[in-house]
Design a protein around this ligand. Structure first.
Ligand SMILES: [Zn+2]
Length: 337
């Protein structure tokens, strides 16, 4: 069955040259506003012929590096800086950003688990559908800026995936490296089916993702990596002139070959992570302990590394529940892909 057209409309003309700031408007009817709309900010910067890059932040509403860097870029990027078209959406899941949460404040939807989406679904599913059927087909390259959010803290990296199409995989990997974070990662997703990543990659487009810090805030360091990375990606794919600026230390390549990279808690309690982010971990070492805070004199449960590598991510809050990811250990490799 063919889907009806998206109920979302854009107040900008994606084909017009120059800089435009506007909204993706999604009709919504609530107690507070009978004939209202969710207003997702969008900036289009177009100058003549060339590739189109879509830059997205706020796919998860509490991942502030991408949101902040793209809000800044949206007010700074000039048409004469660009050859082609740059579409900037700093707050992709706007209701989640406004709620300060990973998921939508309107329907609880996790946008990055809602693709390809549905024009007749929830608000979150309607947003996903609009990107799948309207935004992504306009683009050659998508840079989707994620970080750890409130519950994770993650080393900064550009990431791509193993793909069936070798040329598409190579171009995405080159983009992930050119982002110029201290790390570049070949990422294994726990469940890729409903990700934005998959919606973009299945259309044959180049998709670069990031992780850039977390803890429900940003830092001068994490923002500097993000802003440099966005500029680098625009330069690498030929939209902006200049030289890609790589980190002072040689970039470290990481691989997540399978689900054993994820250490997940089988207990609830108080978490001690025994390594700093970016520190080397050997197989068999205690990577984390979970204490029972309801009584003294009991030994903690120990979690040992099932592989050697680098501590790439950790749970940010000290309270942990069964099933939470408490650590991610990635392999250090000489080359990727
Ligand atoms: Zn995210």
């Amino acid at each position: 069955m063919t889907k009806r057209p998206s109920p979302i409309s854009a107040t900008v003309d994606f084909d017009a040259d120059g800089v435009q700031h506007g909204f993706l408007k999604l009709p919504i009817s609530t107690d507070e506003s009978a004939w209202g709309a969710v207003m997702i900010p969008v900036t289009v910067v177009k100058n003549g012929e060339g590739p189109t890059a879509l830059l997205t932040g706020g796919n998860h509403g509490d991942e502030y590096e991408g949101i902040t860097a793209l809000l800044k870029l949206s007010s700074e990027l000039r048409a004469e800086d660009v050859q082609g078209r740059v579409i900037i959406v700093p707050c992709m899941n706007q209701p989640a950003v406004m709620a300060g949460k990973r998921t939508s404040g309107l329907d609880g939807g996790n946008l990055n688990r809602s693709f390809p989406g549905d024009p007749d679904g929830t608000v979150t599913e309607k947003i996903a559908d609009y990107f799948t059927r309207v935004m992504v087909p306009m683009c050659d390259v998508v840079l989707d800026l994620h970080s750890g959010g409130r519950t994770l803290d993650i080393i900064p990296f550009g990431a791509s995936h193993v793909l069936e199409n070798a040329e598409q995989q190579r171009r995405a990997l080159e983009g992930a490296k050119a982002f110029g974070a201290p790390y570049a990662m070949m990422m294994f997703e726990l469940d890729a089916a409903a990700l934005f990543d998959t919606a973009v990659e299945s259309q044959g487009k180049i998709f670069v993702a990031t992780e850039l810090g977390g803890g429900g805030t940003s830092t001068p360091q994490s923002l500097a990596v993000t802003e440099r990375g966005v500029r680098n990606v625009l330069i690498h794919f030929g939209l902006v002139e200049g030289e890609v600026e790589m980190p002072a230390e040689p970039q470290v390549y990481l691989d997540m070959p399978d689900a054993s990279c994820y250490v997940q808690s089988e207990h609830s309690g108080l978490l001690e992570v025994c390594f700093a982010l970016g520190e080397r971990v050997e197989k068999g070492e205690v990577v984390a302990r979970v204490f029972d805070p309801t009584r003294s004199g009991t030994a903690p449960v120990e979690y040992r590394a099932s592989r050697s590598g680098v501590l790439a991510a950790r749970r940010h809050p000290a309270l942990v529940n069964m099933g939470d990811t408490i650590a991610v250990i990635a392999d250090i490799v000489d080359s990727l892909g």
